[in-house]
Each structure stands twice: as structure tokens, then as C-alpha cells.
Design a protein around this ligand. Structure first.
Ligand SMILES: [Zn+2]
Length: 346
């Protein structure tokens, strides 16, 4: 690491992280800002879960059919697997799991998806869009520094942001077409904002946000919109009913050991070729590598730092996680699959 780069004495954020400052003791402004008391956090958690239970009750009453209660974005990673188990065994929902295979899912993740779906008795759809199109979007995101805002890039690389957006708007189309009232994601604490835990977004707000994304990828998406995403005409339709977006891990106790124990018992297995931050996607390695080279910090550093501040990870474990980010072999396989060279991008 560069000698001039300073790392916080308490967490793993470094001086390249946007907006960071350090006290004389070498502690960052994030670690020094007052934290919510444990009781308050627990109260918010309980209130949010009560709201979710109310929502389930209401949706079940409103719906006379026997369709799905929710669609889960199922990546086969540890968090979405744990979320699936909660939906099935804690909340008793009828679930359709939907896997968006971006062409870089590890084989173990695919096995996990099949085995866990069988074990829990849920339907699963795997959708694998054309890699020539998706790959071009990933390359655009890697090469074009100004595609996303600095705020968007603080917690995810440009490649990840591309995938996450595509999945969000694609799943929205699937939910609406299948008349499923809830769209569920396995985002864990530290990955998303508390305000997005349970929400039914405004239709026009979503349309606008989708437009920002599709405009950035206009060269690829312009002639394929209808296949993957809702069109302006679909958004204008009177019949369109926007599903609720829910992140159950945000109102369930997120204890790493408990998560791991639960999913291992279900037969989930660790992939042997992903990096320390992803348990399903190989492309994550390339996204993080480019991000760190370009901006000087790893996009997972704030999430890891937050776990340290909460006492769920020691600083040494956090630093170790960051050091295990790049698997050279996987990185090269990603570059080859995308048809680019390292020199082309950094
Ligand atoms: Zn810090």
C-alpha cells in the first residue's frame, strides 16, 4: 500500500475514502460520530418487523388467488440463502426465487441454488441473459469513470452497481408480469440505507431512476429494452401495481456465525474460487480490483468497518478480509471472458 495512505486506527477506512477525515489520534470521522444506542436499534428492528408482519397479513387478505407472495432475488450467496430460509421457515411465505446469472456465477453457487431450492421446496427460475450484451455493459462501466456518482460507488464497484441496477429493474418487470406483490432482497446491515428496508416506491420515481440507468447504458440497451425492463408505455399503464421492496435481513438479527451455521445445515457450501467479499460472483473480484486501483479504496471497506464498529469483526479480521480480495486466477478468467486486457482498464 502507498506510504501516504493513512488507515483509521479503529476501522479499515483509508484516506482515499470520499469525505473522510482523521482526528489527532488517527481515528476517522465515521468511527468518531455518535452511534445509536443498542436499545434504540433493537426497538427499530422490532417495529420494522411488526410492520412487515402487518404487510404480509394485509397482502394475504387482499389476494384471493394462490399465487406467490413474493419474489426473492436469489444469487445463491450466503445472505440470500439465509433470507430464503427466513421467508420460508419464519414467515411462511409462498416464494418464487429468481436467479439472475450474469455469466460469472460460480459453479458452486449454481449447485447451492439447486440444492437449497430442493431442500426448502421452492420454485426457482434461473435467467441467463446474453453475455455479449451484459459483458458490453460491464466493460462500459469499467472504462467510463463518470458513469455513476461518487455516492453510488462508495459501497459497490461500477461493475456491481451495473449488475445490481439491471437486476432491480429486471425483477420489477418480472414481479409486475407475474402479479407478485413483494420483491425481496438479501441486503444486510451496512449495505443499504435504513429507509429502504420496507418501501413501496413511487412509480414515477422508479421510472426516473431506471431512466438514469438505461441512459448510461443506452448503446447496449436501446434496442433490447422490452426484453429486460419495463418500457415507458408499461410505466404509463393504469393497471401497473408497484410491488413492495423488502430487505428482511435488516430487521432480523444479523449474526455471522448464526447465518453460517443455518445455511451450512441446509447443505449450502462455500465456493472455493470467489473473493473474501462474495460467496457467489466471480466478477466481484474484477470490479473491486479496478475500483481500488482507480479510487484507492476497496468498495467493501465501509461495510467491513461498520461490522468492526458493531463489534462483529475485529480490525485484524477486517484487514485480513480486505487483503484476501484478489484471486489472480479469477481476475484473469474474468478479463478473458470479457475479451479485455488489464492495460485496457486501469
Ligand atoms: Zn474509522
Amino acid at each position: 500500500m502507498d506510504k501516504d495512505i493513512k488507515v483509521c486506527k479503529k476501522c479499515v477506512l483509508n484516506s482515499s475514502f470520499p469525505g473522510i477525515s482523521f482526528s489527532e489520534e488517527g481515528v476517522c470521522n465515521h468511527c468518531n460520530s455518535p452511534r445509536k444506542e443498542k436499545e434504540k436499534v433493537e426497538m427499530i428492528r422490532e417495529d420494522t418487523e411488526a410492520k412487515f408482519l402487518e404487510l404480509i397479513k394485509k397482502l394475504k387478505q387482499d389476494r384471493k388467488d394462490t399465487g406467490y407472495d413474493c419474489l426473492l432475488a436469489f444469487s445463491g450467496g450466503k445472505d440470500s440463502t439465509y433470507t430464503l430460509n427466513l421467508l420460508k421457515n419464519k414467515y411462511g411465505l409462498e416464494i418464487l426465487t429468481y436467479t439472475f446469472d450474469n455469466g460469472f456465477l460460480s459453479n458452486q453457487a449454481k449447485d447451492n441454488i439447486k440444492n437449497i431450492s430442493e431442500k426448502l421446496g421452492v420454485d426457482n427460475i434461473i435467467f441467463e441473459p446474453r453475455i455479449d450484451l451484459l459483458g458490453q455493459m460491464f466493460i462500459n462501466a469499467i472504462k467510463n469513470e463518470n458513469m455513476y456518482s461518487q455516492a453510488a460507488l462508495m459501497r459497490a464497484s461500477a461493475v456491481c452497481t451495473t449488475c445490481i441496477n439491471f437486476i432491480r429493474y429486471h425483477l420489477l418487470k418480472v414481479c409486475i408480469e407475474k402479479d407478485i406483490p413483494m420483491m425481496i432482497f438479501g441486503w444486510a446491515p451496512g449495505q443499504i440505507d435504513q429507509r429502504s428496508v420496507i418501501m413501496q416506491p413511487n412509480k414515477r420515481f422508479l421510472q426516473k431512476a431506471q431512466e438514469v440507468f438505461t441512459n448510461a447504458h443506452q448503446t447496449v440497451l436501446a434496442s433490447h429494452m422490452d426484453k429486460y425492463l419495463l418500457t415507458a408505455k408499461a410505466y404509463d399503464s393504469e393497471d401497473i401495481s408497484i410491488p413492495y421492496f423488502v430487505n428482511p435481513l435488516m430487521f432480523n438479527e444479523y449474526d455471522f456465525d448464526k447465518v453460517q451455521k443455518t445455511i451450512l445445515e441446509l447443505g449450502w457450501k462455500y465456493p472455493d474460487n470467489t473473493d473474501a467479499s462474495s460467496t457467489n460472483c466471480l466478477l466481484n473480484t474484477l470490479g473491486n480490483y479496478v475500483h481500488e486501483k482507480r479510487y484507492g479504496y476497496n468498495p467493501y471497506s465501509e461495510e467491513i468497518s461498520e461490522l468492526i464498529r458493531e463489534g462483529k469483526l475485529t480490525r485484524e479480521e477486517g484487514l485480513d478480509k480486505l487483503n484476501k480480495q484478489t484471486n489472480r486466477q479469477v481476475l484473469e478468467a474474468c478479463l478473458t471472458k470479457l475479451g479485455i486486457k488489464e492495460d485496457d482498464i486501469c
